[in-house]
Write a protein that binds this ligand. Sequence first.
Ligand code: MG
Length: 203
Amino acid sequence: MKIICIGRNYADHIDELDNVRPDEPVIFIKPDTAIAQSNLPFFIPEFSNEVHHEVEVLVRINRIGKHIQTKFAHKYYDQIGLGIDFTARDVQQQLKSKGLPWEKAKAFDGSAFVGKWFDKSALGDLGKLLFSLHKNDVVVQEADTSLMLWSIDEIIAYVSQYFTLKIGDILFTGTPAGVSQVNKNDRLEGYLNGQKALSLIVK
Ligand code: MG
């Protein structure tokens, strides 16, 4: 399986990193080895001094598909979750400044934390999902999916022009503002429509 991530999908996060609003979705991929074991802590990698949390709504693909039209995209997933796209921001800034790919900053082992899955039918309007991340009991990121530049269905249509989607693939749909550094012993908890969707300790 593969993990397809969207960058710069919330205007307020684009502004906080001084990035330019893209004309089309920014895409990158994490390998299956990036998936964190949800029962283990997140370990800060030795090569970075500045790892950030990026809480994101996740979509689990349940059908194989290519060149999917936006109007049919809803048939390709029935589970929604919450995850964290852990990002070695210092490494990413170096790579960005040289125009190089982001994989060392974004796709390292454990960089994709996947929380609990929910049936989409139980979540109501997917265009208005509320989600938040709490760090040591303080809300650091809070948004709803109406603030996405590209919706879940538009993302599926876009990425499936380039990559065949397969059962079990996971989409990370982008992070809103409020990203910040994680430190040893931080406790992160995520909520999706008020329900606890992820919990982890940083080591
Ligand atoms: Mg992200």
